[in-house]
Design a protein around this ligand. Structure first.
Ligand SMILES: *[C@@H]1O[C@H](CO)[C@@H](O)[C@H](O)[C@H]1NC(C)=O
Ligand SMILES: *[C@@H]1O[C@H](CO)[C@@H](O)[C@H](O)[C@H]1NC(C)=O
Ligand SMILES: *[C@@H]1O[C@H](CO)[C@@H](O)[C@H](O)[C@H]1NC(C)=O
Ligand SMILES: *[C@@H]1O[C@H](CO)[C@@H](O)[C@H](O)[C@H]1NC(C)=O
Ligand SMILES: *[C@@H]1O[C@H](CO)[C@@H](O)[C@H](O)[C@H]1NC(C)=O
Length: 455
């Protein structure tokens, strides 16, 4: 049945068109239809002192028209981002420290497809990777570049849960848009594939199963096989961009939505989840989200989750007085404001911090989006499309938790074809964060608050 459909479609559409359609529907599904409204004027107060910022020439700074903070590489010669060279066009990269070798990383990304004319090959998507090191100013493969052994999804629904709008998606073979990141003990990968409970879902697997990794006794061995993540509530046809996070007891939770309201729940080792815990804090969280994020004015704009999560203590590892506690340690993630005009997507990244213990309320959001140094503007309003996919600590031995002076490798895809990374101090990623709840004694009449009052 599917094979007959495939043949018919090949004849009708041709392979290139199919790849375009399949890619477009999986990576750039229609922006959510959101309430229209005047966008909140962000950043009315550019003179605000940047909090938690490092000193030095590569300190984040406002770009000339003050719409973004430019963030710089801590180690590249010119402060601009590094290219990641897989040797083939690969995008949406992830970088984690290698388990054995110093100054070496596992890198994983989505292979950019070029139509071959062979239908079964053309619908077969792959996540590829290698071990990599910095050579001549870029992060390059130093061993075999290869597809990672993502298991085919146990597609018991055979695409029968795809509505007619998403018929093309059920032809998909292979993983999409994988994330690779450390939890408190070991690394995981989360990826999209054909779902057993909706059309296209999100799966998780212990990343040690995907590469040559010595068996470790004292770590968690959950998700030895690819396991579908099933969140509570009504599922969309395409479920995307989930990230897990771990609380102060290292219990695992799943975060599937940030905007317009958050969604998160306890995650069990069979892929099932508890009830949505987000409504306990929804009122305060929604206020904070609307205070600091632009309000998407139409269906061509949306705000969604982008990266995995890390836990960060807001003082320096090098500071002997710095010790993690409930008042200084938060979960960090990157979200993006997407715009899609003139057939070109652009993504503006913001950092979000939330509490590491229930009910996990929001703590702070970037007041302005971040501009990766090296991102270019083209004629008109067009800029390089850069899509942040991953944040991981750079040093071998660091897993989920780090400090402001630890360096993060932020991976991003650009123009759906290439990969880059920016290595920067966590403190620089957290430039000019707006707190959800400003302490009462520091309260000054700020423009944002006056806006709130007018609403
Ligand atoms: C400043 O921002 C505006 C609107 O976002 C944009 O059109 C313009 O190109 C920017 N100018 C510079 C110099 O970056
Ligand atoms: C790797 O780095 C650690 C920490 O700097 C060091 O102690 C160790 O000797 C290094 N190992 C090798 C093989 O260079
Ligand atoms: C899916 O396809 C398999 C093999 O063709 C078949 O055995 C199974 O019954 C199908 N499942 C559904 C839900 O249609
Ligand atoms: C999954 O695990 C949870 C927690 O251990 C358990 O309550 C639930 O019954 C399990 N569900 C399935 C389908 O095995
Ligand atoms: C929050 O969600 C839970 C589970 O869906 C529900 O039982 C509860 O009534 C909700 N609470 C509020 C305040 O909406």
């Amino acid at each position: 049945m599917i094979i007959r459909d495939l043949k018919r479609l090949t004849l009708l559409l041709g392979p290139l068109f199919l790849i375009l359609l399949l890619s477009a529907s999986l990576w750039h599904s229609n922006p959510d239809y959101l309430r229209s409204g005047v966008s909140t004027l962000l950043g009315k107060n550019p003179k605000d002192t940047a909090s938690w910022t490092s000193d030095g020439p590569r300190k984040p700074r406002l770009i000339p028209n003050e719409t973004h903070y430019e963030i710089f590489s801590a180690t590249s010669t010119d402060g601009k981002f590094y290219e990641i060279r897989f040797g083939h066009p690969v995008f949406n990269p992830n970088i984690i420290p290698h388990n054995k070798f110093n100054d070496t990383w596992h890198i994983v990304g989505q292979l950019h497809k070029v139509a071959t004319g062979n239908f079964l090959e053309d619908i077969n998507f792959q996540e590829v990777g290698c071990a990599a090191q910095f050579i001549h100013g870029s992060l390059m493969c130093i061993d075999f570049f290869r597809p990672l052994p993502y298991e085919p999804t146990n597609d018991i629904a055979n695409g029968s849960l795809c509505s007619s709008d998403y018929n093309i998606v059920k032809l998909n073979v292979g993983p999409h848009d994988a994330r690779v990141f450390y939890g408190p003990q070991n690394p995981f990968t989360v990826y999209g594939s054909n779902s057993a409970v909706t059309c296209f879902g999100q799966f998780i697997r212990d990343f040690r199963e995907m590469v040559d990794w010595e068996y470790e006794f004292l770590t968690n061995h959950d998700f030895k096989h690819g396991t579908e993540l099933v969140r509570p509530g009504e599922l969309a046809q395409l479920e995307k961009n989930y990230f897990p996070f771990w609380d102060n007891y290292d219990y695992m939770h799943l975060h599937w939505s940030i905007y317009p309201t958050r969604g998160y729940a306890r995650l069990y080792n069979n892929g099932t989840t508890g009830p949505n815990l987000a409504n306990k804090t929804a009122e305060a969280d929604n206020k904070c989200l609307t205070r600091y994020l632009p309000k998407p004015p139409n269906k061509f704009e949306s705000i969604h989750q982008a990266s995995n999560s890390l836990k960060v203590t807001l003082c320096d590892r090098a500071d002997p007085k710095c010790s993690p506690n409930a008042g200084n340690t938060y979960i960090m993630t990157v979200i993006q404001h997407k715009t899609f005009y003139n057939y070109h997507s652009e993504y503006e990244p913001y950092v979000v911090l939330f509490q590491q213990r229930p009910p996990f309320e929001l703590y702070a959001i970037s007041k302005k989006p971040l501009w990766i140094s090296g991102r270019k503007r083209h004629q008109g309003r067009k800029t390089d499309m850069m899509y942040v996919t991953s944040i991981n600590w750079r040093e071998k031995g660091l897993k989920y938790h780090g400090y402001l002076d630890d360096i993060i490798m932020m991976g991003f895809g650009y123009e759906d074809k290439y990969s880059g990374l920016l290595d920067l101090r966590a403190g620089d990623l957290l430039v000019d964060m707006g707190l959800c709840e400003e302490p009462a004694q520091h309260k000054e009449p700020e423009p944002e608050e006056m806006e709130d009052a007018e609403v």
